[in-house]
Design a protein around this ligand. Sequence first.
Ligand code: ATP
Length: 401
Amino acid sequence: MIIGVDDTDSIDGMCTTYLAANLFRRFRAGGYPKIVRLNPNIPYKTRGNGAVSFEAEGGEDIEDVVIDYVKKNAHLAAEGTNPGVVFVDDCANIDILNEFYKRAVSEIVTIEDAKAAAKKAKAQTHGFKNGRGIIGALAAAGAALDDRTYELIAYRKPENYGKPRWVDEESVIQMDKKTNTFNNFDYETNRVLIMPRGDDPILCGIRGQTPLDVESAWKMLKTEPVEFVQIFETNQGTDAHLRDKRIADLKPYDCARIKAKVSSKPRTIAGGHVFFGISDGTKMIECAAYEPTGSFRDRARALIIGDEVTISGCIGKYTGTLNLEKFEVLSLEKQYEEIRPVCCGRNAKSEGKDKGFQCKTCGRRFPESAVVFRQVERGIKIGSYEVTAGARRHLSKPLNR
Ligand code: ATP
């Protein structure tokens, strides 16, 4: 039987991965439990919109044990916590649930959509409070991961909850350099990325290509003592949320990959956020590289009208702009600089639009046609560019993966 769980935590504590890891250990379930990240734009999320599932032998009272455990451990009193639990029997139609997962990772879906998919697939759903958690629980239970990565999560000893976390920074950097793992350290901001910030039970999470990679990476770290570690299979770092779309077909909250041309000049607004337009012939949309994306904004600023790009990102919560995760430059427009006529050792001054130029020293006049255009080297090359590691979405595939 596959068990899916979601939406058990709040910003004050708990963590669905911890709750599910405890159940997984209690049932001595086989394989690895899964952390399945869903659409990162969902307004209801507590943090990273993750849901969890695992497979266990279906014993007599397994459903009761899980439901009872969720009832006792979920933060039911918190306003936005609406747990969901799903049980999928061997006879269920897993393809229907995988289709549901593919929608939930990339778009917004409703509780009714989840109930309809569960009914069609013969999966049992149990929702607490408004029951929104069944969306994530069902998607996690149904997710067949074509591309997958692994995350080893180290859980803190309960007596340390709320205290500052301790992981030796230098050991993280060494581990990052020597292992096949990713999202460990942001070298642009000098920030350790493996530790969350809230009061939840997680000390750190190491993401990598294989279970062996994350296990050997963990052994390299110097940390506070932990309660236990658990390796999860995940869709993190796989771009599972991105769909090839046309701009005209985009809906609020969609995550998309769009082939288009830059249609308006990048501009920087107060706060350092960079915006530019793209158009794919169906419509135009504004793209945003926000301040936390770091030096990625310089790459965005280097684009000019006419550049051909493939843009990856998600439609923002309130703005309708496409929030950039990365882009690939497919072809570059030629860029020219205007060289005005030189006289008496200086450039002649423009007399106004189409009025030619005049030397301010000797008064000599030059026609507009005296201007020469020289091709200049572009400040960007054909290739792919991504936000700084600290601003990367859980689902975004790092360029070096
Ligand atoms: P954490 O990362 O700490 O586990 P979280 O960020 O995963 O927290 P949740 O508490 O799980 O946040 O809340 C997310 C809620 O959004 C859940 O109820 C989940 O079912 C729902 N949800 C997930 N994906 C979608 C989607 N595509 N459309 C609508 N609702 C969704």
